[in-house]
Design a protein around this ligand. Structure first.
Ligand code: SF4
Ligand code: SF4
Length: 407
């Protein structure tokens, strides 16, 4: 793709990056075939190729407010699911491109006041486990009075067993030592996932300690609240770097949205002279739980006589290109996996997308649940808290994190 950016823009670090990425695109449109939002609306601007043109036009002539508003609307509608990156035969790094596009386009426009308030509220509540817990407690009390669609989104309260951290037989010698983070939404809505992770790892000879880091910064980054995101990331890097240079081998993350984002610290912080090197160090030592799947010992007392539909989150299959490891582990454990049609498509959760782009998100959810339920599985399993809660709001079939079926 030919570009004609202004000399001022092309000489910036973002200008060079955008130029390099755009030059790889050959306009073939293969990416549209696997784009969930293009499939829904049929509008070229709701597909990756159209969005690429919107970003290109912005950087070639960014003065017209009307075109900025159109660009912003269609970039907001993008799930950042990265199905297009998986499909693209030319290796266009769409994820990096849309991050740069959003940074410049969204910050050059004033959003309507209500939209700004909504985004601030989402960021402030869901980046904190405490505030998410408070919101869940209030909404659970009000649940009988809420409309069904809203009530269905409130997860049931999980009561953890007493002395839960020592319920497994401790492994006498650990071969590796890892840490995980307490996190934000998952800790409030599904604390049993970290518990199951610790149990599975420690039964397999890997010590896992939980530290009190509240959020990886993905939430702020996806809302283009970049100062907030960078400040969170810097705090995390300082803390985690110290852990990883002392006694811990790896940072282990069991929610693929967070592991995918921490692996992107290397890119997100590349222009920060003080943190770029340390960000690379962290990204290289972050592992998603699925990468350990084949090492994990399966709890023999669990009932494996169940059928499972596995939903692979976009942040796992497209963002990290990790495929088949969890499915293989579940089969090895004794479960039967059913076929899932269009398994490459996003469920519509996509971080804050389900709260901001409710119409598109609901349509994607409906299609995804229909496909997951098609062969009547006993359980739906996934690997990311956002997908888990989103899917559970639309089905009576229990939706579990895969580690709960192993530990
Ligand atoms: S598939 Fe790749 S090269 Fe083709 S239009 Fe999409 S981004 Fe460009
Ligand atoms: S990231 Fe997903 S929604 Fe966005 S353009 Fe690519 S395929 Fe479409």
């Amino acid at each position: 793709m030919q570009t004609s950016f202004t000399p001022e823009f092309i000489q910036t670090a973002d200008g060079e990056r955008v130029n390099k990425i755009l030059r790889k695109c050959v306009h073939c449109g293969f990416c549209n075939a696997t784009c969930p939002t293009y499939q829904l609306t049929g509008n070229e601007l709701d597909g990756p190729r159209g969005r690429i043109y919107l970003i290109k036009n912005f950087f070639e002539d960014n003065n017209a407010n009307a075109s900025k508003e159109i660009a912003s609307k269609h970039l907001d509608r993008c799930l950042t699911c990265l199905a297009c990156e998986t499909t693209c035969p030319s290796g266009v790094q769409y994820g990096e491109l849309i991050d740069i596009g959003r940074k410049h386009i969204n910050t050059s426009l004033e959003r309507p006041v209500l939209s700004k308030i909504k985004r601030k509220l989402i960021l402030n509540i869901f980046s904190s486990s405490k505030r998410t817990s408070m919101l869940l407690a209030i909404t659970r009390i009000c649940k009988p009075f809420l409309p069904t669609t809203l009530a269905s989104k409130i997860p049931a309260k999980i009561n953890l067993p007493r002395h839960s951290s020592s319920q497994n037989e401790p492994h006498t010698t650990f071969t590796r030592k890892m840490f995980t983070i307490k996190g934000c939404v998952q800790n409030a809505a599904a604390p049993q996932i970290n518990l199951a992770t610790k149990k599975a790892l420690e039964s397999s000879g890997i010590q896992l300690d939980e530290i009190n880091s509240p959020c990886c910064g993905a939430l702020a980054h996806h809302l283009t609240e970049l100062e907030h995101a960078h400040s969170t990331i810097r705090k995390n890097i300082d803390y985690w770097h110290q852990m990883l240079t002392s006694e811990y081998n790896n940072l282990l993350i069991n929610s693929s949205g967070c592991s995918s984002f921490i692996k992107q610290y290397i890119t997100v912080m590349q222009d920060d002279n003080d943190y770029a090197e340390k960000a690379k160090f962290i990204s290289e030592r972050c592992i998603d739980l699925s990468e350990l799947a084949n090492e994990l010992t399966v709890n023999t007392s669990l009932d494996k006589n169940k059928t499972i539909a596995f939903h692979s989150p976009c942040t796992l299959q497209h963002g990290q290109q990790i495929n088949g490891k969890i499915e293989e582990k579940l089969k090895q454990a004794g479960y039967s996996l059913v076929k899932v049609i269009d398994s490459h498509l996003c469920c519509g959760s996509a971080g804050t997308y389900s709260l901001l782009e409710t119409d598109m998100s609901s349509k994607l959810l409906k299609d995804k649940v229909t496909n997951l339920q098609q062969y009547q599985p006993d359980i739906i399993a996934t690997a990311n808290i956002g997908c888990l809660m989103h899917l559970q709001s639309a089905t009576k079939i229990p939706v579990k994190h895969w580690i709960e079926l192993i530990a």
